[in-house]
Ligand binder design. Structure first.
Ligand SMILES: *Cc1c(COP(=O)(O)O)cnc(C)c1O
Length: 364
C-alpha cells in the first residue's frame, strides 16, 4: 500500500530527537505557553525574517484571529478563492462577513488576480490568497490591487511553509501570514497547531491578546477573546521538524520532478511552476479528463490518490444556503472535475514513484 502521506517514515527517521523533545516537556511540566512555544515563535519569525510569530491552536484559528486583527466585521466582504479547503472561507462567515469568490488560474489552481478587481465593492475589506498545494499565489498584482483599494491581505500558507514568490517567503508579503501544523501539512505536528506571522506590531499584540481570552495581563480582559494557544508538546515536535523543513521541501520538489519526467502522457496535464516561484509540493496534483480511470487503476494496485477538492466552495451546500449564490466560476468547476492528487511526501522513494507512474501510464 502506498498512502497519500506516510507520517510513520518521518517519525522513524526523527524518533530520537522527537521523543527527547516530548520527554523534556513532560519533565519540565510547563504545558501551556511554555518555553517551546516561545522558542518556536522566535524560530519561525527568524525563518521568515519578520519580528512577530504567534502560535495558535490550529490553522483555522490563525485565519480567524488574523481577520479579527484586520478589523473584519459583520457586513464586510472578503475576497478569496473557491478552490481551497473550507476553513479559508468558513472563518469569514464566522465573523458574519461575506466571502466573495474569485475564479482561479487553471495552471496554478490559485486565485486569478485578473479577476479580483471586478469583484471589489465599497464593502470589500480584505483579500485572502491561498498558496494552494504549495504553489505561491500571484502576489505582486494582488498587493497592487490591495494598495489601490486600501485592502488588507492575509496569506493562507497552510499548505506552503517555505515556498517562495520572487525570492520572498510565502507569508511575508501580505499583512499577515497564516500557517497550519495539521499532521499532514508540509510542516506538521502530531495534533492540531497553527501560527500567525506579521511585521505589524499592533496586529501581533492584538492576536496575542485574542488567543488568550482577550487578555494581555493575567486575569485582566480587554476584549472577548478565544482559547486558541499552540500546545507546548506540539511546539516541541514542530521545532524538531522546522530544522529539516528545507530538506523536506527539496525532497518534495525532487519527487515532483521524478513524477513529471515519468508522466509524459497526452492525457495528463502536469502541475506547472510559474517563473520566479518556488513550489513546495504539499500536493502533486495532475489534471486529466480521465482522472477516474487513473484513480481506479491506482486503487486496484493498492496506491492511494485523492481529489482536492471535489466541490468548489461557491457550490458547497453551506454557502448556497447562506448566500443563495448563483455565481458561475467555470475554471474552479472544471478543476473540481479533473484534478487528482498523487502520493507525495519527502520520504517517497523513486521505486515507488516508478511503480505509481507505470500504473498510470498503463491505465489508458
Ligand atoms: C489545512 C488548511 C487550513 C486549516 O488548517 P487547520 O490547522 O486544519 O485548522 C486552512 N487553509 C488551508 C488552505 C488548509 O489546507
Amino acid at each position: 500500500m502506498i498512502p497519500m502521506v506516510d507520517l510513520k517514515r518521518q517519525y522513524r527517521a526523527l524518533k530520537t530527537e522527537i521523543d527527547a523533545a516530548i520527554m523534556e516537556v513532560l519533565d519540565q511540566a510547563q504545558f501551556i505557553l511554555g518555553p517551546n512555544v516561545n522558542l518556536l515563535e522566535k524560530e519561525v519569525a527568524a525563518y521568515h525574517q519578520l519580528p512577530h510569530a504567534i502560535g495558535v491552536a490550529n490553522g483555522t484559528d490563525a485565519l480567524l484571529l488574523a481577520l479579527k486583527a484586520c478589523g473584519i466585521k459583520s457586513g464586510d466582504e472578503v475576497i478569496t478563492t473557491p478552490f481551497t479547503f473550507i476553513a479559508t472561507a468558513e472563518v469569514i462567515a464566522q465573523l458574519a462577513a461575506t466571502p466573495v469568490f474569485v475564479d482561479i488560474c487553471p495552471n496554478t489552481f490559485n486565485i486569478d488576480s485578473n479577476r479580483i478587481e471586478e469583484k471589489i465593492t465599497a464593502k470589500t475589506k480584505a483579500i485572502i490568497p491561498v498558496h494552494l498545494f504549495g504553489h505561491p499565489a500571484d502576489m505582486d498584482p494582488i498587493m497592487q490591487i490591495a494598495a489601490k483599494y486600501n485592502l488588507k491581505v492575509i496569506e493562507d500558507c497552510a499548505q506552503a511553509f517555505g515556498s517562495k514568490y520572487k525570492g520572498q517567503i510565502a507569508g511575508t508579503i501580505g499583512d499577515i501570514g497564516c500557517f497550519s501544523f495539521f499532521p499532514s501539512k508540509n510542516l506538521g505536528g502530531y495534533g492540531d497547531g497553527g501560527m500567525v506571522i506579521t511585521k505589524n506590531e499592533d496586529m501581533a499584540q492584538q492576536i496575542k491578546m485574542l488567543r488568550n481570552h482577550g487578555s494581555s495581563v493575567r486575569y485582566h480582559h480587554s476584549e472577548i477573546g478565544h482559547n486558541s494557544r499552540l500546545d507546548e508538546i506540539q511546539a516541541a515536535i514542530i521545532r524538531v521538524k522546522l530544522q529539516h523543513i528545507d530538506e523536506f521541501n527539496a525532497a518534495r520538489r525532487k519527487n515532483a520532478a521524478a513524477y513529471c519526467a515519468a508522466l509524459q502522457n497526452k492525457d495528463i496535464i502536469l502541475p506547472t511552476v510559474t517563473e520566479g516561484s518556488e513550489h513546495v509540493f504539499h500536493q502533486f496534483t495532475i489534471r486529466s479528463s480521465k482522472r477516474d480511470v487513473i484513480a481506479n487503476a491506482l486503487t486496484e494496485n493498492n496506491i492511494a490518490s485523492a481529489v482536492y477538492y471535489p466541490v468548489p466552495l461557491h457550490q458547497q451546500e453551506v454557502f448556497l444556503k447562506l448566500y443563495n449564490n448563483s455565481t458561475k466560476l467555470p475554471v474552479s468547476e472544471m478543476c473540481a472535475q479533473n484534478v487528482l492528487s498523487l502520493p507525495m511526501f519527502p520520504e517517497l522513494t523513486s521505486d515507488e514513484i516508478q511503480l505509481i507512474t507505470n500504473v498510470i501510464n498503463r491505465a489508458f
